[in-house]
Design a protein around this ligand. Structure first.
Ligand code: C2E
Ligand code: CA
Ligand code: CA
Length: 771
């Protein structure tokens, strides 16, 4: 499963990554800068506040001194002292009034020694009784709180010379007084008075805990506004502190000088951020561009296009691009190689069947357009299997290569292909006709009449050729090939090493073969085949020695079909194997009922030999029927040896060791009969009918039969002459010493019942004698 990233393109992801990283860095920087600015501002503000605090102290003392000074002057005034001593209230009051003005204090009173208060004490009226005596100690001033209001009081004793009263100046620490103080500060401060409450402080709307530090700068937040603040406790009467001065420096104003720096920083940050965004996008693009190019190239490659990418850098991506180019090149080369392999035969490097079929269709289309003719030569080596078996596969391969090469040379570089095995084709275009293809066929046959040199060794390779013409024989590639194949089949049948043109009759034969195949299949399935038995008799006494089992196929439409017609079809299709098995079983079953001195002979096709388990089939048939092995004779023809002599003689020896007899059928029609006679000691030779037909009137035929009979007697083989139809033939064969005879003269092949009757007659007539 592909994890789907939030950003689909590498470029977007890289942009976000870089921008994110740079922004985070910037943010960290901004936070540090902000922190530093904040700290420095705080420090500066605290310093300013601390400085202002000490200025305040001085102002505070200044005011005290001026108040004390003014009060002392009055206290020392002789007239005033007399007025106090005499209790002249009117004089005292007027003196106090002028003192108020002079000292700029709202209230001034005199407390005489009796505790009487003369004048208006304002906010501290109730508190003045406590001033009795020396409540302030050495101090001349104090701040006292009455309710929520604080007032500063300053005293001056009236001495005559002993104290006779005390002047008290009272200044309420109200808003006006505070504004007066504020105005004197160099920084924009707000000053206010806090009243003691329990262990802490309070003013009109705030309370401060006991932990609020004194004489130190701290941060105060009230009503959503932050300030730097400093608390200065004010001396009260005695040891008591009843009020404190709170100096506050609003942070807004303290920080104001730094705002522009911060705004500048933010603006620079924004500009920087924009630059980061643009830069990241460009960087990401420069990284992603070659990757995108690679992606596109890979897609094109997948679509089969040949592509390369430009290698721009020497870094990993550059190397990846170079590797991609190599890979693309490799893929293209391999594709070409595979395409070549797909259309060429590895061994001969000639076009293969697929290529041939394509080319043939193209050639036909072209010839049809131009009204031209084409010829197709279909070739098959004769006895290639023997070469392979006898000389080994490397020689076989070398032969195929040499054949391909020769065909190319001979055909003047026409289209030559190997269809597989030992099959080759040549397409001749441009006005090909009977005579031009005949000429080529002749020259091919001529060349292959001589041995071919393979690995310094002479190999004889015959070749058979079938030819079909376009448009004469067929109009499609498929039909043209089929017809050339039929012609080749015909050439093989006609003894190999020849060429044959396609004829319509071949097609009809092929059709018939196909029909026979289909019908034969169902006949085998439904048991529609019969066996006939033809007696083989002793030459001298015509006693029945043996019956040859011969297949008959009563076809529901075509009547009896000759084994000459259907056995080859059965062999071509492999049907001969199950069919032959049935024949052996049936023949043994029927023969088991005969007298024990009468044998049964069964024809066995080379294909049955080749199929595995042939001996097992023979054993089974003998066991099931109870027939003695010596009463079974197997007739084979020389063609079984075409598959290689050794394997066949092995099987023959094994059969012989069971006790089964082996006869060589159709002797004289084959290839090199004598050498086969040497390779296996047959029990019987059957002389082919073609020699028997003319034996009476053709001295040559008579001489051949004589030679065969002499040879057989020298090799101690029994002889049977086939196809004996006349008494002359019988007499001739008898005079030459043939052991047994078979032919219409004695009996046609008959069914099992009639065979039984023939045996009966034989005994009745005394020709046959019990064993
Ligand atoms: P074959 O083995 O040479 O069989 C002898 C053939 O000669 C038989 O032909 C037989 O009817 C025929 N024949 C016998 N006496 C005369 C005669 O006096 N004059 C003439 N003109 N012909 C005579 P059939 O039955 O048509 O068989 C033809 C061939 O079919 C056989 O030749 C044999 O090669 C093959 N065949 C028959 N039955 C079987 C079988 O069961 N298995 C195999 N593999 N081949 C069989
Ligand atoms: Ca036979
Ligand atoms: Ca025969």
């Amino acid at each position: 499963m592909i994890r789907r990233p939030r950003f689909n393109s590498l470029r977007a992801r890289l942009t976000v990554l870089y921008a994110g990283l740079f922004s985070a860095g910037l943010l960290a920087l901004a936070i540090v800068a902000q922190g530093m600015i904040e700290r420095s501002a705080r420090q500066t503000a605290a310093d300013a506040l601390a400085a202002s605090g000490s200025v305040y102290d001085r102002l505070w003392q200044e005011r005290e001194r001026s108040l004390v000074g003014a009060a002392d002057i009055l206290a020392r005034d002789f007239g005033f002292r007399s007025a106090v001593a005499s209790g002249d209230a009117a004089t005292i009051v007027s003196a106090l009034a002028s003192l108020r003005t002079r000292a700029d204090a709202p209230y001034a009173v005199l407390i005489d020694m009796n505790g009487r208060v003369i004048g208006d004490a304002g906010p501290v009226s109730g508190k003045l009784a406590a001033m009795q005596g020396n409540a302030l100690g050495d101090r001349r001033d104090a701040v006292v709180a009455v309710g929520r209001r604080a007032s500063r009081i300053v005293t001056a004793p009236v001495l005559a010379p002993l104290e006779i009263g005390r002047i008290v100046l009272i200044v309420p620490l109200d808003a006006q007084e505070m504004r007066g103080l504020e105005r004197l500060s160099s920084i924009p401060l707000t000053a206010s008075i806090l009243i003691r409450q329990g262990p802490g402080w309070m003013d009109r709307d705030r309370t401060f805990g006991a932990t609020t530090p004194a004489d130190r700068v701290f941060t105060l937040s009230s009503a959503g506004e932050q300030s730097f603040a400093m608390l200065k406790p004010l001396h009260g009467m005695g040891a008591r502190t009843e009020a404190a001065l709170l100096l506050a420096y609003p942070m807004d104003r303290a920080m104001a000088p730094y705002r522009s720096i911060q705004i500048g920083l933010v603006a620079a940050g924004l500009v920087w951020l924009t630059l980061i965004g643009i830069g990241s996008a460009r960087l990401a693009r420069s990284i992603a561009r070659p990757v995108t190019a690679l992606d596109r190239a890979a897609r094109r490659l997948a679509e089969g296009e040949r592509t390369e990418v430009v290698v721009e850098t020497a870094d990993e991506i550059g190397r990846l691009s170079a590797s991609f180019n190599l890979m693309s090149q490799g893929i293209v080369e391999r594709e070409e190689r595979i395409a070549h392999l797909a259309f060429h035969d590895v061994l001969t490097n000639l076009p293969n069947r697929a290529f041939f079929r394509q080319s043939l269709d193209q050639e036909i289309a072209r010839a049809a357009r131009n009204g031209e003719a084409l010829a197709l030569l279909y070739m098959d080596l004769d006895g290639f299997k023997v070469v392979n078996d006898a000389l080994g596969h490397p020689v076989g391969d070398g032969l195929l290569r040499a054949v391909g090469q020769r065909l190319l040379e001979l055909s003047d570089n026409a289209f030559v292909a190997r269809l597989g095995g030992d099959e080759f084709v040549i397409i001749i275009g441009e006005a090909a006709d009977h005579s031009s293809s005949r000429r080529l066929a002749h020259s091919i046959l001529d060349v292959f009449a001589n041995p071919v040199m393979v690995d310094g060794r002479e190999v004889t390779a015959g070749i058979s050729i079938g030819i079909s013409l376009f448009p004469e024989d067929a109009r499609t590639g498929e039909a043209l090939v089929r017809n050339a194949d039929l012609a080749l089949y015909r050439a093989k049948q006609d003894g190999r090493g020849v060429y044959r043109f396609f004829e319509q009759a071949l097609d009809q034969q092929a059709r018939r073969r196909r029909q026979i195949e289909a019908d034969l299949r169902s006949a085998i399935r439904t048991g529609g085949l019969e066996l006939r038995f033809q007696p083989i008799v002793g030459t001298s006494d015509t006693s029945i020695r043996c019956f040859e089992a011969l297949l008959r196929w009563p076809h529901p439409i075509d009547g009896y079909i000759s084994p000459v017609d259907f056995i080859p079809v059965a062999e071509e299709t492999g049907l001969i194997v199950p069919l032959g098995e049935w024949v052996i079983h049936e023949a043994c079953r029927v023969a088991a009922a005969w007298p024990t001195n009468i044998r049964v002979a069964v024809n066995v096709s080379p294909l049955q030999f080749r199929a595995p388990g042939f001996q097992a089939i023979v054993l089974q048939a003998l066991a099931r029927s109870g027939l003695s092995p010596s009463r079974l004779e197997i007739e084979i023809t020389e063609s079984v040896f075409l598959d290689g002599v050794d394997t066949v003689t092995d099987i023959l020896h094994q059969l012989r060791s069971l006790g089964v007899r082996i006869a060589l059928d159709d002797f004289g029609t084959g290839y090199s009969s004598l050498s086969y006679l040497r390779s296996f000691p047959f029990d019987k030779l059957k002389i082919d009918r073609s020699f028997v037909i003319n034996i009476a009137d053709d001295p040559n035929a008579g001489a051949i039969v004589k030679a065969i009979l002499d040879l057989a007697s020298a090799l101690q083989m029994e002889t049977t002459a086939e196809g004996v139809e006349s008494l002359e033939q019988q007499a001739e064969l008898q005079s030459r010493g043939c052991d047994t005879l078979q032919g219409f003269l004695f009996s046609r092949p008959v069914d099992a019942k009639a065979a039984g009757e023939l045996i009966e007659q034989c005994y009745q007539q005394g020709r046959c004698r019990a064993a």
